[in-house]
Design a protein. Structure first.
Ligand code: C2O
Ligand code: CU
Length: 551
């Protein structure tokens, strides 16, 4: 394998979108930021120089970083911020990932402007498990915020109405809003194709707060990979992709020469109104090369589901299966040592650190809303520093309620802010069942993301999880392997993994408003018996936390 070196300079630059110029923090002057290209198993050193005006960390989303939580990035979980005027070098260690991932800031909401793609090719002398494409490109979906210069304004803007509805000003494809937004059509993303050729498109959902439906007019999509794991090819008219997820798809240019819209818009299980194609739709253009008269308007995809179409989303995600071949096996854990049942809610009202009740939005897992400690959990754990977290997550064995109803005892509506972690022994085999709820009629999907691992999605359903019958229908043969899974609206999803990567690993909803409100927890996976199964030594220059010892 190879070693690569990159410099990331974080700096504010001016960008104009929607007829409006603003300055925002980006990496190396570009939005989205630079692409990292590696082969499976490589190591990348990224020296991040912060020339902005607030502290930032960077996360390598979906990179498992074996035994190396020091370079994982989430602020207050594995490190403190790289402060303005300083730098920190991440050592990003790739292992079994192959396909597409991405990197993004992991402090406040900075990831809105600080993110980019990671492309991981097969090692020399191995091939894609599908016919070699003739070309490829990257499609990053993003959120655009008009009025904002500062990340804290982004949060304010998005949460301004105090409701659970996402409010960015538009969505983007590779930083461009597309033909339906003002002052945008001159810079719409275009993918030029040659008739008869096949292209690999690497899709990344870097949007802040919604899942996305995506389709290309008249062209079917063949999904071949997800979250840097291959899947059995599925042919589909549209895909649904959650924030944090990545998807590799093939398209063949087999239609009459012309131009065709590719379009993305929200799959939003909160909104009950039906929007048609309008300024909430981000577009790009698939354009055939050659000598022909360009049509005045590209054709629109007729197959894009409407924004509230839960059935379409479920039908699509249920089709995803891992390859489960000799070269890409599915090693699903079957001897469970830990099972967790985690109830995901949005809440109104919480109990603060001093035990006082406060009104205000919160989000929780088993009625615990994650509160960041003042020193990162990893440092506190590694240095045996007391008082930064407790190891009693989840805090109550959940009793059974009808989570699909709206009738709840108070104990499930009011959450408590706390810093509680789950500790696992090395190599434990773990199952987590996430249950969505309808508390406050605020039910919706939650894209649940795990750091340091990918997991198998062994089952999923609507309504209440049934511990008697549902496990019997699990797929333990070829379940898809992901790092981010959509917990369906008032439904459940079951995942499994083997705790073979020691470290401190974050788990959270990848809707940033829910992350801000506390829908997250931390897993500490203890060391094995040997140095080769233990956390690596920390690098010498971990950024110091306010007033706490540097490591
Ligand atoms: Cu995409 Cu905690 O991250
Ligand atoms: Cu959520």
């Amino acid at each position: 394998c190879h070693v690569h070196y990159h410099d990331f300079v974080l700096k504010k630059e001016n960008f104009t979108r929607l007829c409006n110029t603003k300055s925002m923090l980006v990496v190396n002057g570009s939005f989205p930021g630079p692409v990292i290209r590696v082969q499976k198993g490589d190591t990348v050193f990224v020296n991040v120089h912060n020339q902005g005006d607030y502290g930032v960390t960077i996360h390598w989303h979906g990179v498992h970083q074996p035994r190396n939580p020091w370079s994982d990035g989430p602020e207050y979980i594995t490190q403190c911020a790289i402060e303005p005027g300083s730098n920190f070098t991440y050592e990003v260690i790739f292992s079994d990932e192959e396909g597409t991932l991405w990197w993004h800031a992991h402090s406040e909401w900075t990831r809105a402007s600080v993110h980019g793609a990671i492309v991981i090719r097969p090692v020399d002398n191995t091939e894609f498990p599908f016919p070699k494409p003739d070309g490829e490109d990257i499609i990053v979906f993003g959120s655009w915020y008009n009025t904002t210069e500062d990340v804290n304004d982004v949060v304010a803007e998005d949460l301004q109405d105090g409701s659970d509805t996402p409010n960015s000003d538009c969505y983007t494809i590779n930083g461009q809003p597309g033909d339906f937004l003002p002052c945008s059509n001159a810079s719409t993303y275009r993918l030029q194709v040659e008739y008869g050729k096949t292209y690999l498109l690497r899709l990344i959902n870097a949007v802040m707060n919604v899942e996305i439906y995506f389709a290309i007019a008249e062209h079917s999509l063949t999904v071949v990979g997800m979250d840097a794991s291959y899947v059995k090819p599925i042919v589909t008219d549209f895909i649904m992709i959650g924030p944090g997820q990545t998807m590799d798809i093939l398209i063949t240019a087999n239609q009459p020469q012309g131009t065709y819209y590719m379009a993305g818009r929200q799959y939003n299980t909160v909104r009950k109104d039906i929007l048609d194609y309008d300024n909430s739709t981000v577009t790009g253009i698939l354009e055939y090369k050659g000598n022909y008269t360009l049509p005045t308007h590209p054709i629109f995809p007729s197959t894009l589901p409407t924004l509230f179409d839960l059935v379409a989303a479920k039908k699509f995600t249920d089709r995803l299966k891992s390859l489960a071949t000799i070269s890409h096996p599915a090693d699903v854990p079957k001897n469970l040592t830990t099972r967790m049942y985690l109830i995901a809610s949005s809440n109104y009202g919480f109990v603060n650190h001093s035990g006082q009740y406060e009104t205000g939005v919160a989000a929780s897992l088993n009625n615990v809303s994650w509160a960041n400690p003042s020193t990162d959990v990893l440092r506190a754990y590694y240095r045996n520093m007391e008082g930064f977290y407790t190891s009693d997550f989840p805090n109550f064995p959940p009793s059974f309620y009808d989570f699909a109803s709206e009738d709840y005892p108070d104990t499930t509506i009011i959450t408590a802010k706390a810093t509680k972690v789950k500790v696992l022994e090395y190599n434990e085999e773990v199952e987590i069942v996430f249950q969505g709820t309808n508390v406050l009629d605020a039910s919706e999907d939650h894209p649940m993301h795990m750091h340091g691992y990918s997991f198998y999605v062994v089952g999923s359903g609507t309504g209440n999880f049934d511990n008697e019958t549902d496990p019997k229908a699990y797929n333990l043969v070829d379940p898809p392997k992901m790092n981010t899974v959509s917990l369906p609206k008032v439904g459940w999803v079951a995942i499994r993994f083997k705790a073979s990567n020691p470290g401190v690993w974050f788990w959270h909803c990848h809707f940033d408003r829910h992350l801000t409100w506390g829908m997250s927890f931390v897993m500490i996976v203890k060391d094995g018996d040997t140095p080769e199964t233990s956390i690596r030594k920390p690098p010498p220059n971990m950024p110091p936390c306010n007033g706490s010892p540097t490591i």
